[in-house]
Design a protein around this ligand. Sequence first.
Ligand code: ZN
Length: 278
Amino acid sequence: MAKSDVKAPAKEKEARSASENGKATPASSKSDITVAEKLVELYRLQHIDSQVDKIRTQRGELPLEVQDLEDEVAGLETRLNKLQDELTEMETQVTDKNNLIKDAKAQIKKYEAQQAKVRNNREYDSLTKEVEFQNLEIQLAEKRIKEAKAQIDGKKAVVEESKARHDERKKDLEIKRKELDDIVAETEKEEKDLAKKSEVAAKHIEERLLSAYHRIRSNARNGLGVVAVERGSCGGCFNSIPPQRQLDISSHKKVIVCEHCGRILVDDYVVERVKSGK
Ligand SMILES: [Zn+2]
């Protein structure tokens, strides 16, 4: 980050008198430079600083968006892992029940083989009961498997859904992250260049006017310390400017500030000079 957003220097008191009474800074204060030239330099500085502000605003929201997406993707990942664990648990249950069935069937075979060799009815009946019991075990296990399989199908659908959402958000995240990287890479140089330009432009402005500018700018939400008169109104707060005051602004005899918001006002002449780069 470049440091063009310098805090106003210590000469606050002087600066205050320069802007608050609305007349301020007589032309004679800096030898040979006219008020018009001062305003051109000041508006040029504002123009540069506003570009820096714009870059920062653009970037300012992206890191937050990236952060939000990162959080969301992480949350979806956690949820997905939990669902997967639950699914694995259910599948393990099915495997266990299948093993139980296998064992029961083996037991039944063993009992039936024994039944062929028994010598009395009591032993035979006892083995029959064992077989019945194992058959009941098998039926119960089959019922549980059926239930678990239905749950597994439901769970799989939820996993699929979550996975789709996760993948989608992850894709969004990658796009946003790249966008941010690109903007940072792209604007880093621009921002540094602008900061340098701002520094150079500031050197052309007398200190008290400069500190007034910084003070007004830092108090203004949109970072505007110098604004143009637009259709008879202040370009900062949009309150209308009395005709006499508009004439004073155009006459470039002194620095005029808005009665309502305290921003320094410039006319079309100054705006055009800066826009045309002269
Ligand atoms: Zn205003």
